[in-house]
Design a protein around this ligand. Structure first.
Ligand code: SF4
Length: 112
């Protein structure tokens, strides 16, 4: 391996490691600072697999028999948005926001 290749490889590794550390940090800080992250796309493969919809009333009840229209993300224990926010982070979709009125099959009711 030539010296130039070694340097390029070293720079690549530094960049990759730096990105792996910095990107989650920025995402977390952005959420904590009240900034907005990108919204989950309903056609995202993970969203599709979980039957996620921005509007809980649009969920296909025949595909998700355990779904109830009263179940919405803001009432889910995995939702991290503030009360009154229309969108907020969800631990199922790191780095993205889900609709407070949304739903997916990972719904866990908040303890009462
Ligand atoms: S896990 Fe909960 S908050 Fe996250 S998308 Fe599913 S229902 Fe909404």
């Amino acid at each position: 391996m030539k010296q130039e290749d070694k340097l390029q490889r070293r720079e690549f590794v530094k960049l990759a490691v730096g990105s792996a550390v910095v990107v989650p940090f920025l995402t977390t800080n952005q959420a904590l600072a009240g900034g907005h992250m990108p919204r989950v796309d309903e056609s995202d493969p993970q969203a599709t697999a979980l039957g996620y919809k921005h509007d809980s009333t649009a969920v296909d009840g025949s595909a998700y028999a355990n779904h109830e229209a009263s179940q919405i993300c803001s009432g889910c224990n995995l939702y991290q948005g503030k009360e009154g926010d229309e969108w907020g982070p969800c631990s199922i979709f790191p780095g993205k926001e889900v609709a407070a009125a949304g739903w997916c099959s990972a719904f866990v009711p908040k303890p009462s």
